[in-house]
Design a protein around this ligand. Structure first.
Ligand SMILES: [Zn+2]
Length: 426
């Protein structure tokens, strides 16, 4: 693992200087922050570094317009790093961490992050979720060498950021179910050690949701630990499978569409929260679908499929060059599709049995997410029912990660399943 130091505790901000020296020696530091995060922990952090004799330069983004993880922000930090041999210390949450992570990688240096909110699991993951020329992607780069989170600061984070982290954490329920599906179809076996790293802390966080809603120190720390554990699992596996399933693919579509609310991008955790509830709902419907007709369900030709994909991404035709080859590589037809449908039929009883253990009931999960200020449906993230259904369909088209959406599409049940959204609380 790239991450050698992970400290989550009350008052941790005062230990940043000592931890920096432990990780990097007496190298100068570049503090990467924005106007908000600088006010939250900047003074204590700089003091802690200077007490260790570390020289500190700053790269501070404005509060407005809100900083975005794109090629321009990354270049700004990279150019600042290139001025000397500084090691970056990101003080912030997902966006500032992703910018700093990628910029450090581009100049071949390690970095440290001091988290200001338990808002995302990307602190400890090895890639950076950034948008290059408008296309959301995970660019390769190393995970931070040191991760520090002061629970005094985490507990004071705005409630929507705690809700976002809770949503990103609850996503591991449906991501786990998607991994069970891939495991049962012998497409990607579950690694038990990695599974436990993610799923055990997830359950602790779920059980403590009321205390998280009340900003309890210990439980907010548990939420940060669970999010960190997801990042560590991805580092060990070199794959985001343990932490990300169809709920994240749905959020990627909204990221490509630059979904905004009140003029600001909707947070990763909020998009993922709505995606998680959508997938949880589809999983709950699965036992009620009659799969006995699976071998007689209509099939699409590649030409029809290609046309649907072109229509789905009408909003960004430039993305089709990247999307179509992936969609083609996972498109099954003829005997290959028949074989897959037979495999789905055989695997279904085990998928249903394992997922019924894996997932909390939809309504119970929804209630817990409501208590921790997560958005629950499309209207809460400023979109429409039509766009919501479009995002679910499009999510199945974009990546090679096998999820329940792929199973439903290949089985010929996806449209039927989506119709059910019309007749319920969504
Ligand atoms: Zn996530």
């Amino acid at each position: 693992m790239d991450t050698k130091i992970a400290v989550v505790e009350k008052g941790a901000i005062t230990r940043v200087g000592a931890l920096f020296v432990e990780a990097f020696g007496h190298t100068p530091a570049l503090l990467v922050s924005d106007g908000n995060t600088l006010g939250i922990g900047g003074f204590a952090l700089i003091q802690s570094l200077e007490q260790q004799g570390i020289q500190v330069r700053q790269c501070c983004f404005a509060v407005l317009p809100q900083v975005y993880a794109d090629e321009h922000s990354i270049e700004r930090v990279r150019l600042s790093l290139a001025q000397d041999a500084s090691i970056a210390v990101a003080l912030g949450s997902g966006t500032l961490n992703d910018i700093t992570k990628r910029a450090s990688f581009e100049v071949d240096r390690p970095y440290m992050v001091v988290a200001t909110a338990p808002s995302v699991d990307g602190y400890t993951s090895y890639g950076a979720a950034v948008s290059i020329k408008g296309f959301k992607q995970t660019l390769p780069c190393n995970a931070p060498t040191a991760v520090v989170a002061d629970t005094d600061i985490l507990c004071c984070a705005p409630m929507p950021m705690i809700g976002a982290g809770f949503g990103d954490c609850m996503a591991k329920f449906t991501a786990g179910s998607d991994w069970i599906v891939a495991d049962q179809l012998a497409l990607q076996p579950i690694r038990e050690d990695i599974w436990k790293m993610v799923q055990t802390p997830l359950r602790k966080v779920y059980a403590e949701h009321k205390d998280i809603a009340n900003r309890g120190h210990r439980s907010v720390g548990l939420l940060f630990d669970a999010l960190s554990a997801s990042g560590f699992a991805m580092q060990v596996m070199h794959d985001s499978r343990p932490a990300s399933g169809a709920e994240h693919l749905i959020s990627h579509i909204w990221e490509m569409e630059h979904l905004e609310m009140d003029g600001l991008p909707v947070s990763h955790g909020f998009k993922v929260a709505v995606g998680t509830l959508a997938m949880s709902f589809l999983y709950e419907m699965l036992p009620r679908m009659d799969f006995s007709t699976i071998m007689h369900k209509p099939v699409e030709s590649w030409e029809e499929r290609k046309e649907s994909i072109e229509q789905a991404f009408f909003f960004a035709p430039a993305l089709l060059d990247q999307i179509l080859p992936i969609a083609k590589s996972k498109f099954l037809s003829g005997d290959a599709l028949k074989t897959r449908r037979k495999a789905i039929l055989r695997a279904l009883p085990n998928i249903l049995r394992r997922c019924s253990v894996q997932l909390p009931p939809f309504r119970e999960l929804r209630q817990a997410m409501a208590e921790v200020s997560c958005p629950l449906t499309y209207a809460d993230i400023n979109t429409t029912k039509e766009n919501f259904l479009h995002a679910i369909r499009a999510a199945q088209m974009i990546r090679n990660r096998y999820t329940l959406l792929d199973l439903l599409y290949e089985a010929g049940f996806l449209e039927e399943a989506l119709k059910a959204f019309d007749q319920n609380i969504f």
